[in-house]
Design a protein around this ligand. Structure first.
Ligand code: NAD
Ligand code: UFG
Length: 336
């Protein structure tokens, strides 16, 4: 019998790409999503690409009764837990929403898993748990800190998972700290579809390129970096999706995995603009503006620990990220 995976937030950006890979690898997939930041159409496209469909349940991870029902109706082997809110700026304005959705949501999910004796989970954490790192590249043993409620919610969940692992040897837990996901599936059928004005650099650039937005605002050119603009580790969303399958497999041999998922290369905002210009064949208008509150100068990882722990390395580069992101944006100028 094929293993059945519950994917929370499976209609979202990273969840939809991972669901596709799971289906293609032969897993049965159950998606639980309340569609607060995604559309059901993403999963129609996933089904079209995979030639088979996930089971889709519209519902909330904070609904304990619903989760109990799911775990008793389907024999689930493992959970990949993407569901949560992720907008850093919004989390500062609405902290309780973030603790409710992310912390209480994860707690409720873990309680239902414990009740059903399902004890394998892969969790979406973030490089934001390193706060403002003292140096780069960032490795997993760097000190952790939170500079906003979103980051604090991820830290709380990480601690909860570690405590659980310590308390009960049956649990197998992978904490994956993503750097900056970007790009789209190479078909151009699925990709990132932010609600309203994009917060993140890549979707913003892509919407300038397609003509939905007038110009990019670059948040500061006076950082201590090569060209003064912020440096990040952009990782192709399909590489990230592959990292989740690798982590699932690695949980056969490890009880607790904590891994950074990034490429090990840092690119500045200006590097990203230039690379996207090449991919789309247009000049992209931009303006330098004030720094964004809370932004750090540089963030990129050292991927050697991920290689050792889950036998995974990213395969795609900056050019693939830009070409694939542009294909998705061109084929879907207004998203799904
Ligand atoms: P996304 O918003 O596209 O996907 C999240 C999905 O979860 C959405 O489909 C949303 O509708 C669903 N969801 C949210 N709250 C829910 C709830 N209470 N019950 C059920 N479904 C719910 O975001 P994404 O970029 O795919 O991110 C996935 C995960 O990875 C998140 O936990 C995010 O914090 C984390 N992460 C993302 C990034 C990034 O830059 N994209 C970086 C680091 C970590
Ligand atoms: N940037 C701009 N203009 C924009 C958007 C971004 O100049 O319109 C710059 C930022 O200043 C930064 C870089 O582009 O230097 C990347 O910014 P993003 O918002 O795309 O990504 P961040 O690194 O700020 O944040 C991301 C995720 C967060 C996560 C964090 C750390 O969005 O959820 O990585 O993992 F917390």
């Amino acid at each position: 019998m094929m293993k059945k995976i519950l994917v929370t937030g499976g209609a979202g950006y990273i969840g939809s790409h991972t669901t596709l890979l799971l289906l293609q690898a032969g897993f049965d997939v159950l998606v639980l999503d309340n569609f607060c930041n995604s559309k059901p159409e993403a999963l129609n496209r996933v089904s079209r690409l995979a030639g088979r469909s996930p089971h889709i349940i519209e519902g909330d991870i904070r609904n304990y009764d619903l989760l109990n029902q799911l775990f008793s109706d389907y024999s689930i082997d493992s959970v990949i837990h993407f569901a949560g809110l992720k907008a850093v700026g919004e989390s500062v304005i609405k902290p309780l929403d973030y603790y409710d959705n992310n912390v209480l949501g994860s707690l409720t999910l873990l309680q239902a898993m414990a009740h059903a004796n399902v004890t394998n989970i892969v969790f979406s954490s973030s490089a934001t748990v390193y706060g403002d790192p003292q140096s780069v590249p960032i490795s997993e043993d760097f000190p952790l800190s939170a500079t906003n409620p979103y980051g604090a919610s991820k830290l709380h969940i990480e601690v909860m998972l570690q405590d659980l692992c310590r308390a009960d040897p049956n649990w197998r837990i992978a904490i994956l700290r993503y750097f900056n996901p970007a790009g789209a599936h190479e078909s151009g059928l699925i990709g990132e579809d932010p609600n309203g004005m994009p917060n993140n650099l890549m979707p913003f650039i892509a919407q300038v390129a397609v003509g939905n937005l007038k110009e990019l605002s670059i948040f500061g050119n006076d950082f201590d970096t090569r060209d003064g603009t912020g440096v990040r580790d952009y990782i192709h969303v399909m590489d990230l999706a592959e990292g989740h399958l690798a982590a699932l497999i690695a949980l056969d041999h490890h009880k607790l995995i904590t891994c950074n998922l990034g490429t090990g290369r840092g690119y500045s905002v200006l590097d990203m603009v230039r690379a996207f210009e090449v991919a789309c064949g247009k000049q992209l208008p931009y303006r330098i503006v004030e720094r964004r509150l809370g932004d750090i100068a540089e963030s990129y990882t050292d991927p050697t620990h991920a290689k050792a722990m889950i036998n995974w390395l990213p395969r795609r580069g900056l050019e693939d990220i830009c070409i694939d992101h542009w294909r998705w944006q061109q084929m879907n100028p207004n998203g799904y």
